[in-house]
Design a protein around this ligand. Structure first.
Ligand SMILES: NC(=O)c1ccc[n+]([C@@H]2O[C@H](COP(=O)([O-])OP(=O)(O)OC[C@H]3O[C@@H](n4cnc5c(N)ncnc54)[C@H](OP(=O)(O)O)[C@@H]3O)[C@@H](O)[C@H]2O)c1
Length: 272
């Protein structure tokens, strides 16, 4: 078996997943970079310490095959990074059943399927760590993304609970909770609901979502935190990553003030 450490990543084609794949590779790790379309792979992923594999987290057999190929090349998976996700934004009233099901299929069941795919090998070796990308939206409610936000709240509950059943087998679980990060998420990985009663709010929300991420911290900073999570040897569950002021304000302010502040920001965005 190889002496290199290995990481298995979902959603490694772009953003946080890609930055993490690159950092771990640069640090000498073996990297299984999985993505829906391997044509999106970065050029450095052709290296000896890389596996690029197509993998859609809505399909258990796709995940199982990707894990099987990784194990046959690397011999083991030390860290699994369940990172793939997308954002369904917009008011609930405008959401179709198909949109709502897809949101939970990718963001929540995709994580559950990733755990199912990697746990048997980790359990047999009595070692392994599963890091899942949640969000500060897994901790606090935000306007105009109730389905995305609730999917991330579900991820928090999934991991916080599953860690109890996996711990006796030597498998650790950690939650990465980024704030706004400068990726293309709002353009390439976001879908919007539509409803005539919310036209102004949706238009303002679309603009805010793009502006917010364009001026946010670089995903390389989040990759640094994932590396820390993978190597610090701690049993800590939650790691905030560049959360901005929101989590602290949410915890500190009385609900009346928090609500007023968010509604005021929304009103001013709708006017612009
Ligand atoms: N950027 C932020 O501000 C922010 C904040 C908090 C949390 N997050 C979370 O961070 C994670 C990564 O997002 P990002 O910001 O890095 O945006 P991104 O660059 O758009 O990355 C999203 C990744 O998820 C993949 N993906 C989507 N559906 C998939 C599926 N069914 N199967 C496999 N992969 C799938 C995408 O692959 P394709 O190339 O195939 O589309 C892409 O690689 C997500 O879970 C997101 O919710 C982001």
């Amino acid at each position: 078996m190889s002496t290199f450490k290995s990481i298995f990543i979902t959603g490694a084609s772009s953003g946080i997943g890609l930055a993490t794949a690159k950092l771990f590779h640069d640090q000498g790790w073996q990297v299984a970079a999985t993505m829906r379309d391997p044509a999106d792979a970065a050029s450095w992923m052709t290296g000896e310490r890389c596996v690029v594999r197509d993998c859609d987290v809505t399909d258990q057999s796709s995940l199982d095959m990707a894990v099987k190929e990784t194990l046959s090349k690397f011999g083991k998976i030390d860290v699994a990074f369940a990172n793939a996700g997308y954002g369904l934004n917009g008011p609930i009233e405008g959401a179709t059943d198909e949109q709502m099901l897809r949101q939970f299929d990718v963001n929540v069941l995709g994580v559950a399927r990733t755990i199912k795919a990697v746990a048997p090998d980790m359990r047999a070796r009595k070692a392994g760590l599963i890091i899942t990308t949640s969000s500060i939206g897994g901790l606090i409610g935000m306007p105009l993304a109730p389905l995305y936000i609730s999917s991330k709240h579900a991820v928090e509950g999934l991991i916080e609970s599953a860690r109890f059943e996996l711990a006796p087998f030597g498998i650790g679980m950690k939650l990465l909770e980024p704030g706004g990060i400068k990726t293309d998420f709002s353009r390439r990985s976001a879908d919007w609901t539509d409803h005539p009663a919310y036209t102004d709010a949706i238009a303002a929300g679309k603009k805010m979502a793009v502006d917010l991420l364009d001026s946010a911290p670089d995903p390389v900073k989040v990759a640094d935190i994932v590396l820390k999570m993978a190597t610090d040897g701690k049993k800590r569950l939650r790691y905030l990553a560049k959360p901005g002021p929101y989590v602290a304000m949410y915890k500190m302010l009385p609900d009346r003030l928090w609500r007023g502040m968010i509604q005021m920001a929304l009103r001013s965005a709708s006017k612009n």
